[in-house]
Design a binder for this molecule. Structure first.
Ligand code: S3P
Length: 449
């Protein structure tokens, strides 16, 4: 099922006329993973609507099945999950293949860490280079044991075998980096741990785990400490009740048509059903500050998450300097924001992006190389990027981009192709199936070439 085993799929994107129409983006990836995991830990049948059927989420589904949950997709596209109960995960018979998915790996390590089972996690070439000590360190303090490939700078890399501790020890852990994956791994481990497991986050990150844990009936206390950090305490051993989850559209996927409509002259696109949770909505604010024409309509709450439809029209963008504190609310959107900055009037400065270096690729250096290849002037910084915009003029294009098995790099340069004088070729579009399987069909539907 992993794209890494299939042949690369190169694809070219060419200067396009106005993008027009109405689209719906696939379900939120972060929420989809959590919906499967918590449903698999509830007692009874949960129903999930709008689940993202991308490779990353399917890796989570396969892992939860391998650990005992019954998971079925109905003809109505609705998923039904019969959970095993907290504490009820079974020993998987073979290694859990996480494909390209860092979220599956880190969150599932959290679940395994407090169950009396042993599981081995493997992944593709990109995932096998991503640091895992950020989760193995705190989960090790809870009592789990890890055997893994030793790596650079004392870090740890897949394949990793996790031996869970039962009972695990509750910890209080202050996050050393802004990471919702690390926060969630610890909270998920806390579900089957007696006592109170606490995570302190100095910088708020996406809060889908907290919202959904509370929705499934876990007892969670959230407060702010004297330094202004968020303190999240989970009471174990929790009992989860089955739920009906409705997954909103992924704002990180909506980012691509949002920027495309903003930079392709004459465009007007409506994107329906987009999650606008404040911990995820940074890009909308930054684009608006750059002069983008984005209107939110019909703001509503769906399944405990704020949602709106977005109407985006072409606009003249100006360069911007982003504040470091917006980074967690748009951490996955910087690659496509760099494309918007490349088309803007003036220079943009993005800093505080050190976490981008440990995503599906080193997104600072891979974006810098690709932007230079299509004629954009950039300066790479240790923790960010300076982008000199074209002032709305077409980019040169005429290059093949090495996407480095990174779906968001591939999609970002596809959008750049739509405003480039010569076609932009992506060396391999197959990783896009991890998060946005209908990406090219959606672009063609809007009139892109
Ligand atoms: C995610 C958190 C973020 C994000 C990733 C999904 C999540 O990662 O980049 O795509 O679902 O919790 P970090 O926690 O490493 O910042």
């Amino acid at each position: 099922m992993s794209h890494s085993s299939s042949a690369p799929t190169p694809m070219s994107f060419t200067k396009s006329g106005p993008l027009t129409g109405r689209v719906r983006v696939p379900g939120d990836k972060s929420i989809s993973h959590r919906a499967l995991m918590l449903s698999a830990l509830a007692v009874g049948e949960s129903v999930i609507e709008g689940l993202l059927e991308g490779e990353d989420v399917l890796a989570t589904a396969a892992a939860m099945r391998a650990m005992g949950a019954r998971i079925e997709r109905g003809a109505d596209d609705v998923w039904r999950v019969h959970g095993v109960g907290v504490g009820g995960l079974l020993q998987p018979e073979s290694a859990l293949d996480m494909g390209n998915s860092g979220t599956s790996t880190r969150l599932l390590m959290g679940l395994v860490a407090s169950h009396a089972i042993t599981a081995t996690f493997t992944g593709d070439a990109s995932l096998s280079k991503r640091p895992m000590a950020r989760v193995t360190d705190p989960l090790g303090t809870m009592g789990a044991q890890f055997s893994c490939s030793p790596g650079e700078k004392g870090n740890q890399y897949l394949p990793i075998m996790v031996r869970g501790a039962c009972p695990a020890l509750p910890i209080s852990y202050r996050l050393p980096m802004a990471s919702a994956q690390v926060k969630s791994a610890i909270l998920l481990a806390g579900l089957n741990t007696p006592g109170i497991t606490t995570v302190i986050e100095p910088v708020p990150t996406r809060d889908h785990s907290e919202r959904m844990l509370a929705g499934f009936g876990a007892r969670l206390d959230i407060s702010t400490d004297a330094d202004g950090a968020r303190v999240i305490s989970l009471h174990g051993e929790a009992e989860l009740k089955p739920q009906h989850v409705i997954v909103p559209g992924d704002p990180s996927s909506a980012a691509f048509p949002m920027v495309a409509a903003s930079i392709v002259p004459g465009s007007e696109v409506r994107i329906d059903n987009v999650g606008i949770n404040p911990t995820r909505a940074g890009l909308i604010h930054v684009l608006k500050d750059m002069g983008a024409d984005i209107t939110l309509v019909d703001e509503r709450i769906v399944g405990g998450e704020p949602v709106a439809d977005l109407i985006v029209r072409h606009a003249t963008l100006k360069g911007i300097e982003t504040a470091p504190d917006v980074v967690p609310s748009m951490v996955d959107e910087f690659p496509i924001l760099f494309i918007a900055a490349a088309c803007a009037d003036g220079t943009s400065i993005f800093r505080g992006l050190e976490e981008l270096r440990v995503k599906e690729s080193d997104r600072i250096s891979v974006m810098a190389k690709g932007l230079e290849a299509i004629g954009v002037r950039v300066e790479e910084l240790e923790d960010g990027l300076i982008v000199h915009g074209s002032g709305g003029a077409a980019l040169d294009g005429g290059a093949t981009i090495a996407a480095e098995l990174d779906h968001r790099i591939a999609m970002s340069f596809a959008i750049a192709g739509l405003v480039s004088a010569a076609p932009v070729t992506i060396d391999d579009m197959s990783p896009v199936a991890t998060s946005f399987p209908v990406f090219t069909a959606m672009l063609e539907g809007l009139g892109a070439r």
